[in-house]
Every structure is written in C-alpha cells, then in structure tokens.
Write a protein that binds this ligand. Structure first.
Ligand code: AFP
Length: 333
C-alpha cells in the first residue's frame, strides 16, 4: 500500500478536497506532533520518572498523575506560538488558556483531554489524548469560556491518539474518519485506515458493570437483553469489553464495531464523561465513520453546552445498537 503520511493527507484535504484551510492543517500537524512527544514520554514509563501522582488536583477535584500535568504542558507549549489559535481549554485547567501577547492570535479554539484513562497509566494499559477544534467567534477580543460553548456539530476537526502497543492517531476533518499509525523510526504518522466504517450491528458492548445498581431502567433493559444471549430477545450472544480508557474502547469500536455506554445514572447524575473534550470529539469521529452517538435522549453533537467542564451521558458506536438503546430511553425510564 502506498505510504501516505499525515502531512500528505492533510495537504490533500486542503488542496484537493478543499475541506480545510492552511491554518487548520498547521494546527492539526502541531497537535499530532505534541501527541508524538506525549507518546514518547508515556513509553518511558517508570524509566522516565513519569508514573505516579503529581500531588495536585485538577479542576474536577481529581488527583492528577504526573503524566496528566506533563501532557497538558506539552500541548500548551506546542500550540501557543503557532498563530493559529485564539485560546485553548483542557480537562486539567479551570478556564481557557489565552495565547500570550507575544504570539499572534489565530481563529481556532483547541480543546483537549491531554491524557485520557489516567487510572490506567501506572498499570501499563493503553491511554490517550482527545482533541477538538472549534472556530473562535468573530470579533471576540478575548476567547473566554462563552466562546467555547458551541454544540459539537460546530467542530471543524476532532480526533484522538491511543498510546498502546502502537501509537495510533484517529482524525476527522468532516470528510470521513481516518487512522494513522506512528512509525517510530521515521517519526511520521502513516495512514493505516483510509476510510474507517463502523459496522451498523455488533455483538459486543462496553460498559462499567460495577455501576449496574445505579443504572436507569432503559440501560438495565438493554444490558439484560445482551446478557440473555441467544435464548433471549436479541437471539444472539454478546461479548463485553471495558478498558476504562475511552480512547481504547472507541478505537476498538472503530476497528470492529461495538457499543460504548457511560450513561448518566443515580451516582453520575449528569454522566461521568465531559461533553466538550471527550464526548463531542468522539461523537464526531464516530458519526463520520457511520456510527451514532447520543446521551440516551438526543444526538450528542446537538447538545448546547452551558459550562466548559459539563458532563454528559454517552452511548456511542454501531448505529443500530445506539438507536436501540436510545429508543429504550424514549420508551420510558
Ligand atoms: P480517567 O482519565 O479519570 O481514568 O477517566 C477515564 C474516563 O474518562 C474514560 O476514558 C473512561 O471510559 C472512563 O472514564 C472510565 O470510567 P470508570 O473508571 O468509572 O470505569
């Protein structure tokens, strides 16, 4: 197969497909380069002194891991001088990070979860980075929190990296979903999945079963039917996976189908996952690959955000399964 690099893919999207302007191409290249730096730090593990707690809490009140802090710094430093951003927002920071006056200000807003799956860092399980790109509203002097509060359908690009046995980058610029694998010898992301399509049906679900006692009736019904297997109403057996790194679960679903659920429940009343820099980018990637993503009641990409760090219930993946699980919510419960 002809080895197409990320740079070539982005240039072709800009020049031939006309889907992205040069500034957005540059932004994505800078984010991808930052993911390579994070991948390098992650792969050192204990040898790089990057494991364990940082001794600080993030804006969510969660204890930060050293890699959470380091990954956030890498993304900030990589992106603030390029001239393509008006501001950045991160799971690890309370408010938007403005571009220092010494650098030119651009027209895009970058949001990210710098290291998703932190509970897996110290046990050598895949983790990743999730990113989302919006346009900064015209004429705003400062890109404050309000500038970021746009529905997910307004994203101009979104994607994620998985730091696993290989380092994968998944990207959409609104023209399908594409996957790249990092060639560590060259230091280049090489296209390995030119046009990702999620099968509409699946026999594999992903959910944290330890929350079962907290689920609403619709989720209980959906999972019970999967567990009933061939003899049950679904007429087939289901398999279960739960990595507890959204990037790993979503990449598996992009690769072979499946449905991922982190619903709002009695314990996570708003849901656990964050709308702006987890659910929205993943929803765009999944929809662009022919899948679906709802909060149980509505399309995630149509949700009008009210705060930067708001949480949301998530059901995403194989279209027919997401529609079935969503229909159980509207059927009551
Ligand atoms: P952490 O980054 O705090 O580990 O959370 C990861 C995550 O946001 C998402 O990547 C997982 O799907 C989900 O939370 C795992 O949640 P549980 O630990 O409750 O299973």
């Amino acid at each position: 197969m002809r080895r197409v690099t990320l740079t070539q893919y982005l240039l072709e999207q800009q020049r031939d497909a006309g889907t992205i302007p040069a500034d957005l191409r540059l932004l994505i290249e800078v984010v991808a380069r930052a993911c390579k730096v994070i991948s390098n730090a992650v792969s050192k593990g204990a040898l790089g002194g990057v494991l364990g707690g940082a001794g600080t809490d993030n804006v969510q009140g969660e204890a930060q891991k050293k890699l959470d802090v380091l990954s956030n710094e890498i993304l900030i430093e990589a992106n603030e001088w390029g001239g393509h951003l008006a501001a950045m927002a991160s799971e690890e920071m309370e408010g938007p990070h403005q571009i220092p006056h010494r650098y030119p200000r651009g027209e895009y807003l970058l949001l990210f979860d710098p290291l998703d799956g932190s509970s897996n860092i110290d046990v050598n399980v895949s983790i990743g980075t999730i990113f989302s790109v919006l346009r900064a509203p015209e004429g705003d002097a400062v890109a404050d929190e309000k500038a970021f509060l746009q529905p997910g359908r307004a994203q101009v690009a979104a994607g994620f990296a998985v730091y696993g046995p290989t380092t994968i980058l998944v990207l959409t610029v609104g023209n399908g979903t594409v996957g790249f694998t990092l060639d560590r010898e060259l230091g280049s992301f090489i296209m390995t999945a030119p046009d990702i399509r999620i099968p509409a049906d699946t026999a594999e679900f992903a959910i944290n079963m330890s929350n079962m006692r907290n689920w609403g009736e619709p989720v209980k019904r959906y999972i019970d039917e999967c567990l009933a297997g061939k003899a049950g109403p679904r007429g087939k057996d289901f398999n279960m996976r739960w990595v507890a790194s959204m990037v790993a679960d979503v990449y598996r679903i992009l690769s072979r189908g499946g449905v991922f659920m982190y619903p709002a429940d009695a314990k996570h009343k708003e849901g656990r996952l964050r709308l702006m820099y987890e659910a929205n980018p993943m929803a765009l990637v999944v929809e662009q690959a022919g899948g679906a993503a709802t909060n149980g009641r509505q399309r995630i990409l149509d949700i009008q955000p009210t705060t930067l760090h708001q949480r949301v219930g998530v059901i995403l993946g194989s279209k027919n399964e997401v529609e079935r699980a969503t229909s159980y919510h509207s059927a009551g419960g």
